[in-house]
Design a protein around this ligand. Structure first.
Ligand SMILES: Cc1cc2nc3c(=O)[nH]c(=O)nc-3n(C[C@H](O)[C@H](O)[C@H](O)COP(=O)(O)OP(=O)(O)OC[C@H]3O[C@@H](n4cnc5c(N)ncnc54)[C@H](O)[C@@H]3O)c2cc1C
Length: 459
């Protein structure tokens, strides 16, 4: 049977794409190789704790994605960050520095030297950059000074992307910062302006049962259109569209969306779109390890009054960051306990892929104990290893992004989406899905005659 569209991959990107195609009246089927949908958005409840194996927060800074979760009925049930989240912490030389979560926070704490703080104040006077794509580190050094780049932006790049600020593209990874410079000539002015506005970016949402609420609702809405436990192993052109080879036979569709990880996309594109295969295959995605620890409250000396901490490149230490999960949201730990997540690996520590799970958890616990004053061992632990964790938006990403968007021009009816295209966050994945669903619907509505005349006009 010929479908309008087959979506391959049932993470948030694939689910949101299929859902929006369904809303537009398109006959869509989604194929997911795992027995459950959600991709890396896995929320697991056990012994009264809730562990997020992947994403923990939905960032409300993308209006289209907020509109989508509102329409899904999820916004009403969302929790914003808890009232105890008062500070951001940075770990430098094995010590935590607490910085008030306000705009002036960096000036009232002495985490940065007086000279570095003075340098930040003149950011508005630094001329606009007129060159090409720039790394996060180069961008931050130029606008805010080297110390800010080393001690604030580098930990952020490691914490959010598990990446290296010297390799990541500011235009790809933090496009809003690059845009503020382009449009206003200053990040400080841009941030102040956003503060005076609706401040949409300040909300970080989650739900009682975690971020898994989003894929759960999307899959429920899609119902029998979702087929799990089916691995797609090949993709080829067929008479009127595509033949999708799966572990359970071949299926046909007029259009196909690849919503899989970039290395899987590269394999599936190899024969049908070598240019796309090269571009997706060139994306690095280092290992990410997520350790989950539950402690009795009295074991932890630290007030845990923040989101968690990010780390500078501390000698010999492995944690790039940690989240105080039970401070951020309710129902993360039973009464009398706290839940803490720890993150390690990425570009900074690729060698951790070879470390045993037991050693890794022991080192994570030791580092948490060092900075949070934890006495004794954890009450519960869990480890999740993502072998190809997060795609890196390294320099050159803007050119790759163009190639991804141009896929349907090279192979009509074929579309790429996922966290390696237009932003890694859950919110950006949803926005990309909305855009792709719109493009596909418009293309499917055009008759073959109209397509031919458009092609001729373009020649
Ligand atoms: C540890 C971690 C923490 C994160 N924290 C946050 C956060 O706090 N906030 C935030 O916004 N974002 C966060 N992110 C990023 C965000 O979670 C991801 O970018 C997003 O969930 C990716 O969704 P996706 O659908 O694009 O990809 P995936 O979730 O990777 O989904 C791809 C799907 O394709 C399926 N698939 C693969 N191959 C095949 C095949 N051959 N046939 C059929 N199906 C196939 C896979 O099984 C998978 O389900 C985090 C990510 C990680 C790893």
């Amino acid at each position: 049977m010929m479908r309008d569209v087959i979506v391959i991959g049932g993470g948030i990107s694939g689910l949101a794409t299929a859902y929006n195609l369904m809303l537009r009246g398109i006959d869509v089927q989604l194929l997911e190789r795992q027995v459950r949908t959600g991709g890396n958005a896995i929320s697991e409840r056990f012994d009264g704790f809730l562990m997020e194996h992947g994403p923990t927060t939905f960032n409300a800074s993308v209006p289209q994605a907020v509109a989508q979760i509102t329409a899904l009925g999820l916004l009403d049930q969302a929790h914003d960050l808890g009232p105890e989240v008062k500070r951001r912490y940075l770990r430098d030389n094995g010590k935590l520095a607490g910085i008030p979560a306000s705009l002036t926070g960096f000036f009232t704490s002495n985490y940065l030297s007086a000279r570095a703080r003075a340098r930040i104040l003149i950011e508005g006077l630094i001329p606009r950059y007129m060159g090409d794509e720039e790394s996060i580190h180069a961008f931050a050094s130029r606008r805010f000074g080297r110390e800010f780049a080393d001690k604030v932006m580098d930990p952020m790049a490691a914490g959010i992307f598990m990446g290296d600020s010297r390799e990541l593209s500011v235009n790809g990874a933090f496009p809003k910062l690059a845009e503020m410079e382009r449009a206003l000539g200053s990040i400080t002015r841009g941030v102040l302006r956003a503060k005076r506005g609706s401040e949409p970016g300040r909300h970080l949402y989650s739900w009682d049962d975690g971020i898994g609420a989003i894929p759960h609702v999307l899959a429920k809405q899609l119902g029998s259109r979702v087929h799990t436990g089916i691995t797609v192993s090949g993709l080829s052109r067929a008479a009127q569209g595509f033949a999708v080879k799966t572990s359970k036979g071949t299926r046909n569709a007029r259009a196909v969306v690849l919503a899989v990880q970039p290395h899987v996309a590269a394999q599936l594109l190899e024969r049908i779109d070598p240019v796309g295969a090269d571009a997706t295959g060139s994306i690095q995605a280092p290992q990410v390890n997520v350790g989950f620890f539950g402690y009795r409250r009295e074991q932890v000396a630290h007030p845990l009054d923040g989101l968690g901490f990010l780390s500078t490149r501390d000698d010999g230490r492995i944690l790039s960051g940690s989240q105080f999960a039970s401070t951020m949201y309710p129902r993360r730990a039973p009464d009398g306990f706290v839940a803490i997540s720890a993150y390690a690996g990425g570009v900074r520590n690729p060698e951790l892929a070879q470390m045993s799970g037991i050693d890794l958890m022991a080192q994570m616990h030791a580092e948490l104990s060092e900075v949070l004053g934890i006495k004794g061992g954890p009450a519960v632990t869990r480890l999740r290893r993502w072998p190809l964790g997060l795609p890196q938006y390294t320099l050159g990403h803007m050119a790759r992004q163009k190639l991804f968007a141009q896929t349907p021009r090279r192979v009509e009816g074929l579309y790429l989406t996922g966290n390696y295209t237009n932003g890694v966050s859950v919110a950006n994945c949803i926005k990309s899905a909305l855009d792709i669903a719109k493009n596909i619907t418009e293309s499917l509505m055009v008759s073959p005659d109209e397509k031919n005349s458009t092609k001729q006009a373009m020649r």
